[in-house]
Ligand binder design. Structure first.
Ligand code: FPP
Length: 241
């Protein structure tokens, strides 16, 4: 049974991660350009961040732009990066008002300086907030994150800072972009696709997955409650009995 009301929730995940898929199909269904689907998706995101915080979720991480998204047509890449810049500015008031702390993970070396400025501002102005930690994965790919961590660990081994015998799951996690964040308890994917798409592949080793056919721009509080309700009904075993 899925929970449709807050009082039906058995346990709230501490960390939810979301693959926000289906913006393009949402637009196509309405005869609109794909960019408008992404724009609607950004509006949905603002609402879901607020809802998550009010439901007691402590961490929310979203896949906003993947390392593979650069291969989309230049016009769409431009629209998506422009949207991030615009919305990061627009989100500021909502996040400050709602005690939300913002982080950004991924390879930010490819972010244009103007967007990087807005992102840095949003991070700095929300740094001391104590509510939900909202993490935007931008130019993020799980494999490149692991490769990047491995290179840095190898350099620290060569520099004599780490004994190879000391490398364990915990140390490895500390070299990932997500260092300091707990692993996601629940990973939600919208629009019905059954793949991880290179999102949090290390961190998601024992995450519960929830896939809905709803397209991301249509995802709302009711859908979020259904996902959390499904999570609350599962028995997490982490490989044990
Ligand atoms: C996948 O839908 C979605 C994306 C590649 C972008 C997600 C971005 C947003 C929701 C908005 C911006 C985010 C921020 C942080 C402002 P798709 O284009 O693959 O959809 P389709 O599979 O239906 O074509």
């Amino acid at each position: 049974m899925n929970a449709n009301k807050e009082e039906d929730i058995k346990s709230t995940p501490e960390h939810i991660a979301i693959i926000m898929d289906g913006n393009g199909r949402w637009a196509a269904k309405r005869g609109l350009p794909r960019n408008l689907g992404h724009r609607e998706g950004a509006e949905t995101l603002r609402k879901i961040v607020k809802e998550s915080g009010s439901l007691g979720v402590r961490f929310l991480t979203v896949y906003a732009f993947s390392t593979e998204n650069w291969s989309r047509p230049a016009e769409e890449v431009g629209a998506l990066t422009g949207l991030i810049s615009e919305y990061v500015k627009k989100y500021l008031n909502t996040f400050v008002k709602n005690n939300i702390k913002v982080k950004v993970i991924g390879d930010l070396s490819k972010m244009d300086p103007k967007t990087f400025g807005y992102v840095s501002d949003l991070i700095a102005k929300t740094e001391n907030n104590t509510g939900l930690t909202f993490t935007i994965a931008w130019n993020y790919g799980g494999r490149s994150e692991i490769v990047n961590a491995t290179k840095r660990i190898a350099a620290d081994v060569l520099a004599g800072k780490i004994d190879p015998e000391a490398i364990d799951d915990k140390l490895f996690s500390d070299y990932l972009y997500t260092a300091g964040l707990p692993d996601p308890d629940l990973i939600i994917r919208t629009s019905g696709e059954l793949r991880t798409s290179n999102f949090l592949i290390w961190q998601g080793a024992y995450s519960e997955y929830y896939v809905t056919d709803v397209l991301w721009p249509d995802f709302d509080r009711k859908e979020l409650l259904a996902a959390i309700g499904s999570y609350g009904n599962r028995k997490r075993r982490f490989g044990g009995l």
